[in-house]
Design a binder for this molecule. Structure first.
Ligand code: NAP
Length: 302
């Protein structure tokens, strides 16, 4: 037997249970990963809380939980292209927070470079690819001044640093208490909420914007005269207002995640991990992530 976090009804963190489940095994072209860390994302609890969101992703009850994972290959089927002992990270929808996940080698599975812990590797897939996709959607280039909405969150920490590495100046929205965190990350902070366009204008001219929270930042950028093709959101559904681009992790360029992992391994990009919980405390981990005021990533260990 092995353990997995599962839920049998929709609801809040209280519906999540750590259960003994049969051990899965790798078939041809598959690997079994002994998961040691799982990074959390809003979609994880979003699927648990909202049946309509679960249906959109093809999730049915009872379901496993989580998407991002990292660990070590401990079974490799024929033709999988990985060997027992390889360190990997990747994504497995509704299955990641478990002692073992079985994934096809062609699915979202990446080698973990030396120099990155599993805890950090488990934060990369969703947030890293979403940040890269958002910056690519607006054609970010050196010399830009980009406004990042929700800059201190799981996606924001990657977006801010990737934009800086690309040679942009970064303004980031946050609550005032978060300003020191954002400055340390390399962004000039600006408070979200009513009056945002005026506060941004006082800081200077922006040339692009990515909204990682909803539409407030996108709308502020439109008001400040940024062309809609230089504004993107990952958090407003498929048709955001004003011709703004909708994007998400699935749109990331192939190779984007490997570049991010390499930048982390080389010390050019750091991943603030706000909290690490043992899997027995999955409900606390999810409640913290769902507070929407986390700075960086929340990780569960197994
Ligand atoms: N489409 C995709 O592929 C995709 C992929 C990943 C994420 N997403 C979506 O993108 C969003 C961000 O994900 P995430 O992982 O970064 O979330 P997160 O880690 O939960 O974001 C937390 C951050 O949001 C900030 N925040 C709270 N209220 C805010 C407000 N009113 N305006 C602006 N920022 C606010 C907080 O800053 P303070 O603490 O300073 O308040 C905190 O740092 C979520 O809605 C998620 O579902 C979409």
């Amino acid at each position: 037997m092995s353990r997995a976090v599962v839920y049998e009804k929709f609801g809040g963190p209280e519906v999540l249970e750590l259960r003994d489940v049969p051990e899965p095994h790798a078939g041809p072209g598959e690997v079994r990963v002994r998961v040691t860390a799982a990074g959390l994302n809003p979609m994880d609890w979003g699927l648990v809380a909202r049946p309509e969101a679960a249906a959109r992703f093809g999730v049915t009850l009872p379901s496993g939980f989580g998407y991002d994972f990292a660990g070590v290959v401990d079974e490799a089927g024929p033709g999988a292209g990985y060997a027992v002992g390889d360190r990997v990270h990747g994504g497995a929808l509704g299955r990641a927070v478990a002692d073992f996940v079985v994934v096809r080698a062609g699915d979202a599975l990446f080698r973990t470079p030396d120099g990155i812990s599993d805890e950090v590797a488990s934060t990369l897939p969703v947030a890293g690819s979403s940040a890269a996709a958002a910056l690519a959607a607006v054609g970010l280039r050196a010399g830009d001044t980009v406004l990042v909405g929700g800059a201190a969150g799981g996606v924001g920490i990657f977006a801010v640093q990737l934009a800086k590495l690309a040679g942009a100046t970064v303004l980031g929205t946050a609550a005032e208490g978060t300003f020191p965190f954002l400055r340390e990350l390399g962004a000039e902070p600006v408070a979200y909420g009513p009056g945002l366009p005026d506060r941004v204008r006082e800081l200077g001219e922006i040339t692009a914007a990515i909204d990682l929270f909803g539409t407030e930042t996108a709308e502020a950028a439109l008001k400040l005269g940024v062309p809609p093709e230089r504004i993107a959101t990952i958090a407003a559904g498929p048709t955001p207002p004003g011709g703004v681009r909708a994007t998400g992790g699935a749109d990331a360029e192939p190779g984007a995640l490997t570049q991010i992992a390499d930048a982390v391994a080389a010390g050019r990009l750091r991943v603030p991990v706000a909290a690490v919980f043992p899997v027995e405390r999955i409900r606390d981990a999810v409640a913290l992530q769902a507070s929407r005021h986390v700075h960086g990533k929340v990780v569960v260990t197994l």
